[in-house]
Design a protein around this ligand. Structure first.
Ligand code: FA5
Length: 347
């Protein structure tokens, strides 16, 4: 009987010790350890249940009830403590990891258009205001359109004017100029009058220097109709140059040769890079060539579907990077495609 009464006292101690130990638990790991020690399979209160069989029949219900009360009391205390620990750790997190809403935000870096693209869109915009419509033509072109139909047969020495990148497909090349677009536009629009610009990238297998790159943009200009004269070409080019560079700009047309125009000319502008004093960009001449141009050759008109006895027209091929050199006073055309961020960020 004495031992049976002892177990009741023992259960009181188990509860007291458990609650005391729980009071000092501060975190999740401590709660886990306490649960194992005081409510786990080998915890004193659990062992008390296994001892019930050895207790006298009279005392057994009382001891059983007591052990149950102790277990429930410990479980309830654990629940309360777990909530307190959770609240405390949340409060601590809020205190230490508080958001400072007054901190300035991180500015996203703003992208911008490449200087060649800026020049290109300004040129396109000017010609669109003058009534030219934008027309696109492919960069991978046939030999026939890039040369043959532009009055440059395979045997003709004029082919040497354009050092060409060939592809593995016979008769297929990277276009050396935007002029093949003349034939495409004419064939599509014949017999209507035409006023189009054809902007885009061209490729040449040539030695680079301050004014020559291997890939660069061109803007082809094409006008076809009745009674179009050299005066219209000159007026269009001068009008463009004045809008691009201001009223006082000096532009010259210098006689030249292209197999697809007759007569032909180069358009040269005073060199703004050196103030016409002479520099590597203008090859020390004070003038920089920005375009080739001329009146459409009868063979080309015919290849486009137009009767040269009835129709005439002009064409020009402008170099936007050359124009950008002058506009932004850049001293080497190779800067445009070298991808040096220090250069590009200046625009
Ligand atoms: C042509 O490409 C002719 N298709 C232009 C033309 C069109 C003439 C229509 C008549 C009628 P050219 O090779 O000169 O011509 O080039 C025209 C322009 O492109 C030049 O004036 C220049 O501004 C630019 N250009 C030529 N070669 C380069 C290069 N390597 N790097 C940068 N720009 C260039």
């Amino acid at each position: 009987m004495g031992e049976d009464e002892n177990i009741l006292e023992e259960l009181d101690d188990i509860q007291k010790n458990g609650l005391e130990a729980l009071a000092s638990v501060q975190d999740e790991a401590g709660l886990q350890a306490w649960r194992t020690a005081h409510l786990g399979r080998s915890a004193p209160v659990m062992l008390a249940f296994t001892r019930l069989g050895q207790i006298s029949k009279e005392m057994r219900p009382m001891v059983g009830q007591k052990a149950n009360q102790v277990k429930l009391a410990l479980e309830a205390a654990l629940k309360t403590r777990a909530e307190a620990v959770k609240t405390a750790s949340l409060r601590q997190k809020l205190d230490t990891e508080r958001l400072d809403v007054t901190l300035p935000g991180r500015r996203p870096t703003m992208g911008r258009l490449h200087p060649a693209a800026q020049a290109l869109s300004e040129i396109i915009h000017i010609f669109e205001e003058m009534g030219f419509q934008e027309y696109r033509s492919p960069e991978v072109e046939t030999d026939e359109l890039n040369f043959e139909l532009l009055n440059i047969p395979a045997y003709h020495p004029a082919r040497d004017m354009w050092d060409t990148f060939h592809t593995t497909v016979p008769g297929t090349i990277l276009r050396t100029h935007t002029s093949p677009g003349q034939i495409r536009a004419m064939r599509e629009m014949c017999p209507k009058p035409i006023r189009v610009i054809l902007p885009g990238m061209v490729y040449r297998y040539e030695q680079t220097n301050a004014s020559h790159e291997m890939q660069f943009n061109q803007v082809e200009l094409l006008a076809v109709g009745k009674n179009i004269t050299l005066g219209d070409l000159k007026g269009t080019i001068e009008g463009f140059a004045q809008r691009m560079f201001g009223e006082a700009v000096r532009v010259r047309m210098r006689p030249s040769y292209f197999p697809f125009t007759e007569p032909s000319a180069d358009i040269v502008m005073e060199c703004f890079v050196c103030g016409s004093k002479g520099c590597p960009v203008c090859k020390y001449s004070g003038w920089l060539e920005i375009a080739g141009c001329g009146m459409l050759h009868p063979v080309v008109l015919r290849n486009g579907g137009y009767d040269p006895a009835v129709y005439s027209g002009f064409a020009a091929g402008l170099g936007p990077e050359r124009i950008a050199l002058l506009k932004y006073q850049v001293d080497d055309i190779r800067n445009f495609w070298q991808n040096d961020i220090r250069f590009l960020e200046q625009f």
